[in-house]
Design a protein around this ligand. Sequence first.
Ligand SMILES: [Zn+2]
Length: 164
Amino acid sequence: MIFGHLPAGYITSKLLIKRFEHRSVSSDGFNFLGMLGAIAPDFDLLYAYNIDEFQHNHHTFLTHLPVFWLTLFLISFLWLNLSDKHSQNPAYAFIFSLGGLTHMVLDTFTGAIYWLEPFSNTPFSLTSYDLEYTTLGLSYFAHWAFVLELAIIWWALFLRFKKS
Ligand SMILES: [Zn+2]
């Protein structure tokens, strides 16, 4: 996925913030960390671009392995349940790691994600080829995956501007 990650992080934060009201989390901080988590896996592109020079698919890096985000998510979930009911940091850790996990799901729509790593290195994808690595150019905008991205962007805009 290319354009949908940031708005997806916004949607997740916006939909979940009410559940953390008793922790009096700051909505700006919560939204920011949700969106940061949603794009954090793609920070490996800096490494891929500058150091690795795209010799490897960045979806094989630790930052794109679901096991990494699932571990962070489970730790934050435990922290959330074991912590004092008013502490805010577990809520921030939770929304950040959930953002990373959502990124894994969304990337499965457009490319290969190694869901079973480290037990098996078989990639899973909902498309027949890797849209991020195939030079589709402008034809990407005619692909159903782009319609999905538009729907995510539309949903985020709807949540941002709807009158509550
Ligand atoms: Zn990605």
